[in-house]
Ligand binder design. Structure first.
Ligand SMILES: *Cc1c(COP(=O)(O)O)cnc(C)c1O
Length: 385
């Protein structure tokens, strides 16, 4: 067999890592291993495979809830991109969040979480964790003194989003990780809003990084999937939790995400450039009250974001048309190109109006030609009184 390499650069690994021609058929593309079970020649071979799988060797296949080769290809690709020892794929971003927390928390423990978090993650803090005897404190992750004050002797985890929803605040991860590690806490970063082409939390002190792969990793809005990456010792309990909670990824979803990740670097560049241009356009528009984009000097975390991200600040923009909820709806309901939809990280630009936040609009900027986006936003804003 020829020596094979995944290459060194991020874009090369986004394409090559985890993927090889199929050894039996020589199919070049990674197949969808649509199988529930795996067959063995002998009882002894079956026993060895089961034992290895249940010691969390992710390449020992005997049943697809526990391990599957298409899922494994995605795990190897994402681990390479994160600079992680290993990765666990699961059925959704929420499966990654929930299995990570339930694997590393027990009754009597305490967790400190960011005060602006993805809405369904918030249900975990407000309901599922407290119901199981796990105490939760929410705190502004951009206020280091407040984070330190929230830590108790029972605290086990500091959980944060690297770019928050919807105001796109960017906590200073290296400073938070330094603080957390002085208190022997695990730092878990949900990096969904940025993706690993723009930011890799493990390089900045996080112990575990997770994503809704549904978003930037897939990039095409065609799959629901989650990934968590880090050292194998921290991932084995999560792999077990995914197995026992029945949160296994579908090989079909993993196939779609594998295909998506190959263009993540290209989409991240284009999305960031489009978002920067659209944010600048919105900031200069008379019908716009304010714009939040980490690349704008007006953003409260512009300095932190520039230090951690360089000159690409992500593809999410949040803004408020002048005039509250009515203005918000006047804008969104007259767009002719961009769709009103939840979710993000798609090549299609998606706008998500938030009337309960006073009429702000969150924009997941896609990979269209930016002139078409500016034209559509100009049209929408022309209907704002
Ligand atoms: C979407 C999202 C999730 C959950 O992912 P699903 O795949 O929808 O379960 C978690 N965190 C953040 C920040 C998200 O945007």
């Amino acid at each position: 067999m020829r020596e094979r390499t995944d290459g060194e650069g991020f874009a090369t690994r986004a394409i090559h890592a985890g993927e090889r021609p199929d050894p039996t058929t020589h199919a070049h593309n990674t197949p969808i291993y649509a199988t529930a079970t795996f067959a063995f020649d002998t009882a002894a071979e079956k026993e060895a495979a089961v034992d290895r799988a249940l010691e969390w060797d992710p390449t020992s296949y005997f049943y697809s809830r526990t391990g599957n080769p298409t899922n494994r290809a995605l795990e190897e690709k994402v681990a390479s991109l994160e600079g992680a020892e290993d990765c666990v794929v699961s059925s959704s971003g929420m499966a990654a969040v929930a299995s990570t927390l339930f694997a590393h928390l027990a009754a009597g423990d305490h967790i400190v979480v960011g005060d602006e978090l993805f809405a369904i993650t918030r249900v975990l803090w407000e309901d599922d964790l407290p119901r199981r005897g796990i105490a939760v404190s929410t705190v502004d992750m951009c206020d280091l003194a407040a984070v330190e004050a929230a830590i108790r002797p029972a605290t086990k985890i500091l959980f944060m989003e690297t770019s928050t929803n919807p105001r796109l605040r960017m906590p200073d991860l290296p400073a938070l990780a330094g603080l957390a590690h002085r208190h022997a806490l695990l730092v878990v970063a949900d990096n969904t809003f940025l993706g690993p082409a723009l930011f890799r939390p493990l390089e900045h002190g996080a112990d575990l990084v997770l994503h809704a792969a549904t978003k930037y990793l897939s990039g095409h809005g065609d799959a629901v999937s989650g990934v968590v990456s880090g050292p194998k010792a921290l991932l084995d309990p999560i792999r077990k939790q995914v197995d026992t909670f029945g949160q296994a990824a579908s090989p079909f979803s993993s196939f779609l995400v594998l295909r998506g990740v190959r263009t993540l670097p290209l989409r991240s560049e284009k999305g960031s450039a489009n978002a920067a241009a659209l944010a600048a356009f919105l900031e200069g528009h008379e019908k716009v009250e304010w714009v939040r984009y980490p690349g704008l000097a007006s953003h409260p975390d512009h300095a932190v974001a520039s230090r951690l991200l360089g000159d690409r600040h992500g593809a999410m923009v949040t803004f408020k048309p002048r005039g509250g909820v009515e203005a918000m709806a006047a804008f969104t309901d007259h767009l002719a190109l961009c769709d009103i939809a939840v979710s993000l990280g798609d090549v299609f630009t998606l706008v998500y109006p938030r009337p309960k936040d006073g009429g702000i609009v969150r924009v997941s900027v896609g990979c269209e030609d930016v002139a078409d986006l500016v034209a559509d936003f100009t049209l929408g804003l022309s209907f704002v009184a």
